[in-house]
Ligand binder design. Structure first.
Ligand code: 4AD
Ligand code: MG
Length: 427
């Protein structure tokens, strides 16, 4: 499609769908959708003749059609060119398409998600998501990370017992849907040192927030011989690179979404700030936000911090009691762990959780017991601390939250083709 301006005057044949139509008794302007692009097609009675023009005029939204026409330059058309229709063939009709150009309620649209995917804004969002996925894999490929596909059905609790989906697993009791691939990635560093996984993860979150899905895609990295500070630098490079490359590749798509890309690019131009959890609490208190050391920072608190500090921030060294069992205790402050959350601006909030991993066998066993997790499920994981254990760190980024940030969307539910939420399992 990019090369069309070099082909002005030439004939073209395309298959696609009638996205929209308007016009008069002499001209009809068709919006034609092909390969996810919207193209203006002009149908002129004088050129087509009475009979064909009548067929064109009676076309209904989402009819699949095959068209032949001439490429014409037109500065006013969205792509700078359009097609003058010469021939048309109906592939399959479409009557009473439920999503019309009028305004529809959110619930209606999500109930028709299988059709809503065809809408302009929605198809653009999923193209940006696709580009981000590509850039993510590309980044790791360039850095010579090995892709390890971790299981979705698991026997051990990955993150926390509170948000597990479980299912009966033959004669072996319960299996859980993976909340993370991390524990399995940790096994793989001993073979490959630098590994990543990228796939669906599941959390039975009983929250109806703008940031939570029950099924979301997470990209996770795990690196041998890496300490928490280096792990933070790695995340910084990763996020800034994939966002920059995606903005570059999706300029037109982001324009359609009216995303201020100058602002977005300036947000990822230089390294993100890093502050201590204790520091973050002081900032929040001085802003009049009610919080005490030891409490988790909620969405509102995260927004205050990114606004006050003017961009994305890493918050590191959270209290041990509010973080997962596998995080390494801070040798300089036993109440905290060597971890970081990356908080994105524009109301998006936490996009990455990462940490150095606890390698002390007794400490990690104690933490598993403190969290009331069934120790017998972790014998394989604990083996990693017995046979050539090394310092290592990793992190996980939620793809939908990154899509929301890049696209400037207030809610993650439009950032995945078929969102799974507490109150939605169809379509
Ligand atoms: O902070 P979390 O829970 O970290 C982990 O799962 C680690 N095991 C990752 C690791 O170190 N390998 O989740 C990581 C990210 C969050 O920062 C957020 O972006 C996303 O996953 N996330 C969700 N996204 C959408 N809906 C939910 N319910 C999410 N829960 C987490
Ligand atoms: Mg987290």
């Amino acid at each position: 499609m990019e090369k069309m301006l070099e082909n002005i005057g030439k004939e073209i044949e395309l298959k696609g769908w009638l996205h929209g139509i308007r016009g008069s008794n002499k001209f009809q302007f068709l919006t034609f959708r092909t390969s996810g692009q919207l193209i203006q097609v002009i149908a002129e009675k004088e050129i087509l003749g009475e009979e064909v023009f009548k067929i064109v005029k009676s076309l209904t939204q989402e009819t699949s059609i095959s068209i032949k026409g001439i490429i014409l330059a037109n500065e006013k058309a969205n792509l700078g060119w359009e097609i003058q229709l010469r021939q048309i063939e109906i592939i399959s009709p479409s009557s009473d398409y439920p999503i019309t150009p009028k305004e529809h309620g959110t619930d209606f649209l999500f109930s028709h998600r299988h059709l809503w995917l065809r809408s302009k804004k929605q198809l653009v969002i999923l193209r940006v998501r696709s580009e981000l996925s590509f850039q993510i894999r590309n980044f790791f490929h360039q850095k010579k990370y090995t892709n390890i596909d971790t299981p979705i059905l698991t026997g051990s609790v990955g993150e926390s017992a509170g948000t597990l989906f479980s299912t009966d697993y033959f004669d072996l009791g319960k299996a859980y849907l993976a909340q993370t691939g991390q524990l399995y990635l940790e096994t793989a560093i001993f073979a490959h040192e630098k590994v990543y996984c990228f796939g669906p993860t599941f959390r039975a979150e009983k929250s109806k927030t703008r940031r939570h899905l029950t099924e979301f895609w997470m990209v996770e990295a795990e690196t041998a011989f890496l300490e928490n500070e280096q792990n933070i630098q790695f995340q910084d490079e990763f996020v800034r690179t994939v966002v920059q490359k995606t903005v570059e590749a999706c300029k037109l798509d982001l324009e359609i979404l009216e995303r201020d890309t100058t602002k977005l690019l300036s947000q990822v131009a230089t390294a993100f700030q890093v502050i201590d959890y204790s520091n973050a609490i002081e900032h929040l208190k001085s802003s009049g936000f009610s919080i005490e050391w030891g409490e988790d920072i909620n969405a509102e608190g995260e927004n205050i911090l990114t606004e006050k500090l003017g961009g994305a921030i890493f918050i590191k060294n959270y209290p041990r009691a509010i973080k997962a069992f596998y995080m390494k205790q801070n040798p300089n402050d036993q109440k905290t762990v060597l971890c970081s959350d990356l908080i994105a601006p524009d109301g998006v909030g936490e996009i990455i959780g990462g940490s150095e991993r606890e390698v002390d066998f007794d400490k990690i066993v104690a933490r598993i017991q403190e969290e009331d997790l069934p120790l017998e499920g972790y014998s394989w994981y604990l083996d990693l601390r017995k046979y050539g254990s090394v310092p290592h760190s990793g992190w996980g980024l939620g793809l939908e939250r990154l899509v929301a940030w890049v696209c400037g969307l207030p809610h993650v539910r439009e950032c995945i083709p078929f969102p799974r939420m507490m109150y939605r399992i169809f379509p």
